[in-house]
Design a protein around this ligand. Structure first.
Ligand code: AMP
Length: 187
C-alpha cells in the first residue's frame, strides 16, 4: 500500500508517517529528511540546496524528482511507500504518477492534515527548541507556510477527486489523528 501525507509544515506528517511505518511495515519517504541528509553529508546536492532550505524556499524539482526515482524503483520498497513532503507541486505530482505507473504501482490513500497557520507557528516554535532545525525560525516558518499555500494547494485540488482522498483535522491531538487514519485504513 502506498500513501501520501499532505499538510503544511508542522501539520504532523512526520509523526503520523513514523507510526504508519511501524504499523504497515512501510517506509517513510520524507524529502525534507533526505535533503537535510545531503546537507549534513556536505554532498554536491547538499551544497546546491543549503541556501534554499535555510530560506524556506523549494528545492529544484529536478533534484527532488531524482531522489524520488531512486526510492520508487527500489524493489524492497515497492508498494510500501509513505510519502511525506512529496509531491509539493503539480510538476512533482505528475512526475510521481509517471514514476509509479512506470513501476506498476499506484497511490492507494491520500491524507490531508489540515491545520491553521496560528497552530502551525506554535507547533514549529516548540519543535525548534527540541530539534534545533536551522529552518525553524519564525520568518522561515512563515515563508514555508506561504510557499506551501501557493504551490501545494493546487496539488490538493489535483488529488481531491481521488476515491481515497481524506481530509483530517490536523489540529486534533496526535493520538486522535492516528486513530482517524487507522480507522480509515482499517488497521
Ligand atoms: P519538510 O521537512 O518537509 O518541512 O521540508 C523542509 C524543506 O525541504 C522545505 O522547506 C524545502 O526547502 C525542502 N523540500 C522538502 N520537500 C520538498 C519538495 N518535495 N520539493 C521541494 N523542496 C522540498
Amino acid at each position: 500500500m502506498n500513501l501520501i501525507l499532505f499538510g503544511p509544515p508542522g501539520a504532523g506528517k512526520g509523526t503520523q508517517a513514523k507510526n504508519l511505518e511501524k504499523k504497515l511495515n512501510n517506509y517513510q519517504v520524507s524529502t525534507g529528511d533526505m535533503l537535510r541528509d545531503e546537507i549534513k553529508k556536505d554532498s554536491e546536492i547538499g551544497k546546491k540546496i543549503i541556501n534554499f532550505m535555510n530560506e524556506g524556499k523549494f528545492v529544484d524539482n529536478t533534484i527532488v524528482n531524482k531522489l524520488m526515482e531512486k526510492v520508487i524503483f527500489d524493489p524492497n520498497k515497492k508498494n510500501r511507500l509513505i510519502f511525506d513532503g512529496y509531491p509539493r507541486a503539480i510538476d512533482q505530482a505528475k512526475n510521481l504518477d509517471f514514476l509509479l505507473s512506470s513501476s506498476n504501482q499506484k497511490i492507494d490513500y491520500i491524507f490531508f492534515l489540515n491545520v491553521k497557520k496560528e497552530t502551525i507557528i506554535k507547533r514549529i516554535e516548540k519543535r525548534k527548541s527540541l530539534e534545533k532545525r536551522s529552518d525553524d525560525d519564525l520568518n522561515t516558518i512563515l515563508k514555508r507556510y506561504e510557499t506551501y499555500m501557493e504551490t501545494t494547494k493546487p496539488v490538493l485540488d489535483y488529488y481531491s477527486s481521488h476515491q481515497n482522498y481524506h481530509e483530517i483535522d490536523g489540529s486534533m491531538k496526535i493520538e486522535e489523528i492516528t486513530s482517524k487514519i487507522e480507522e480509515i485504513l482499517k488497521l
